[in-house]
Design a protein around this ligand. Structure first.
Ligand SMILES: *Cc1c(COP(=O)(O)O)cnc(C)c1O
Length: 390
């Protein structure tokens, strides 16, 4: 029977232990074999990508992580999925595996700040040059491609400024020039956008965010197509970033309700945005909510839903009054990360981390994650605190 992905999230083929509805948490370093011959034949299976029920050593994973791999593989429609201890472990692995000395990489100007730090501080040590492209201008990307360009790294949308790019055009340019493409898809998750189906070679999600959904676990998933598989596999094995069985279990537990939570985040977010967009102090809401805008069109073209993270651009003479607005919010915690059940707000100064995004005078950016609280309470909280902005 053909099943929808929402059903698969509940009913993936788990290896049940003692008839429990959930997989076992298998913590392991040493795996025991009956004989050297059995060990050798198992190693051979792994080398030839034959199906396995366990790995030969704990660093490569356990039964619990294999179960998570199966779910993500379905979600991403991937050839294979690699798991890492953090989302950033997946991002850094993509760079290390896909480029080498002498290469150039093209990175969206809107990427997650640590991704920028990799480009600026780590890649130069290996003689790899980064060029940032303007995520709002495909011609800028086009003009920066050279014979040395080996990777285009896209974050869509940028998780602070929320530019939605023409993903099909990026793929087209990359294919024409024989360039590998990777997309950080943490915002949309593969439930709302499937980079591999669009033609990307690599799709990355921080499982810390919506997959786990409860702000209590960290992990990263890196899904690949067949073409990129061997390159990633080689580095994945050698760099040793491993997802623990306990974190894998928590992510499996969270991902069961991914569809239901995302729907609730999305409905709450629209209500909050409908309130915010009417506020005079707010110049712009950076979320695909305005039909007719470029961001809306590009979102509609590639996504089947929108999640709970967006930013607001506030017009205010006093920065400290904007900080006060954030500090005074009762239901929006101040902190990094997002994708959990709870609402968050954080002031971002992006002046040093963008080449293309320019603020006008007296503009400030606050990023908001809308959680699963009652939307009326969230709106009341925002209403009470907006008055502090001067
Ligand atoms: C959080 C985040 C990451 C990194 O994930 P961690 O699990 O925190 O390491 C990468 N990309 C984006 C867009 C993120 O929001």
């Amino acid at each position: 029977m053909k099943k929808s992905i929402n059903t698969l999230l509940k009913h993936s083929s788990f290896s049940r232990v003692n008839r429990s509805a959930n997989p076992a948490v298998v913590r392991a370093s040493t795996i025991l074999f009956d004989s050297m011959q059995e060990l050798a034949s198992h190693e051979k299976k792994i080398l030839n990508d034959k199906p396995i029920t366990h790995y030969a050593y704990g660093r490569y994973g356990s039964q619990t992580t294999i179960e998570l791999q199966k779910i993500i593989k379905e979600l991403e429609q991937a050839h294979h999925v690699f798991l890492h201890s953090t989302g950033f472990g997946s991002v850094s692995l993509a760079f290390m595996a896909l480029c080498q000395s002498g290469d150039e990489v093209l990175v969206g100007d809107n990427v997650y700040y640590p991704t920028r730090e990799i480009s600026e501080k780590l890649l130069p040590k290996y003689n790899i040059k980064t060029k940032y492209y303007d995520p709002n201008n495909i011609n800028d990307l086009k003009s920066k491609i050279t014979k040395k360009t080996k990777l285009i790294f896209v974050e869509n949308p940028g998780s602070i400024t929320f530019e939605f790019q023409d993903l099909k055009e990026i793929i087209k340019l990359a294919k024409k020039n024989n360039i590998t493409t990777a997309m950080d898809n943490t915002w949309g998750t593969p439930l709302y956008c499937r980079p591999l189906s669009l033609g990307f070679d690599v799709s990355i999600s921080s499982a810390t965010k919506y997959f786990s959904g409860h702000s209590d676990a960290m992990g990263g998933t890196l899904a690949v197509n067949k073409k990129t598989y061997n390159k990633i596999k080689f580095c994945d094995k050698l760099l040793g970033s491993r997802l623990s069985a306990d974190e894998a279990y928590l992510i499996i537990r969270g991902i069961r309700t991914l569809d239901i939570r995302l729907k609730a985040h999305s409905e709450n977010t629209i209500k909050v945005i409908n309130f915010l967009k009417k506020q005079k102090k707010i110049k712009e809401v950076l979320y695909p909510h305005k039909p007719g805008s470029k961001n809306y069109k590009m979102w509609k073209k590639f996504y089947s839903g929108a999640t709970g993270l967006f930013s607001i651009v506030i017009k205010a003479k006093s920065k400290s009054s904007v900080l006060k607005f954030v500090n005074k919010l009762e239901l929006f915690g101040i902190g990094y990360s997002w994708g959990g059940f709870e609402s968050l707000a954080i002031y971002h100064d992006i002046s040093k981390s963008r080449n293309f995004y320019k603020f006008e005078k007296n503009e400030h950016l606050v990023r908001i994650h809308v959680g699963l609280e009652d939307s009326l309470d969230l709106i009341n909280d925002l209403k009470n605190c907006l008055k502090h902005i001067k």
